[in-house]
Design a protein around this ligand. Structure first.
Ligand SMILES: N=c1c2ncn([C@@H]3O[C@H](COP(=O)(O)OP(=O)(O)OP(=O)(O)O)[C@@H](O)[C@H]3O)c2ncn1[C@@H]1O[C@H](COP(=O)(O)O)[C@@H](O)[C@H]1O
Length: 87
């Protein structure tokens, strides 16, 4: 189990170290347009799960949405602080 901040740190490391086989590296290389589409896709899956699926499936979809949001943030060079100062 990991927190939002821990995942962001892990993905930041992936972006720097660029290990072979990392899905995150591939997602970052795909660019902001593709990253944004993934955010939208996962948001739709969250919506559907919220209306029609179990708590467990919903939690899984939310986790994937959070991951896709973090990839987009990294793609645009945003830090957690850039976002947190608006909360
Ligand atoms: N939390 C996640 C995570 N959530 C979602 N995903 C990716 O999102 C996919 C699920 O989304 P989709 O529904 O779009 O599935 P899909 O269409 O079959 O996926 P793609 O073909 O588009 O990759 C998963 O198969 C993963 O590729 C994630 N990929 C990685 N992480 C974590 O990120 C960290 C770094 O991962 P790597 O970069 O792969 O090493 C690790 O801690 C991972 O657990």
């Amino acid at each position: 189990m990991k927190t939002f901040d821990e995942l962001f740190a892990e993905l930041s490391d992936r972006a720097t170290a660029r290990p072979e086989g990392s899905g995150t590296v591939a997602a970052l290389d795909a660019g902001v347009h593709a990253q944004g589409k993934k955010v939208l896709e996962e948001a739709g899956e969250v919506w559907i799960a919220a209306e029609h699926e179990s708590d467990e499936r919903l939690a899984e979809e939310v986790s994937q949405l959070l991951y896709r949001v973090q990839v987009l943030m990294l793609g645009r060079g945003l830090t957690l602080e850039d976002v947190y100062r608006h909360l």
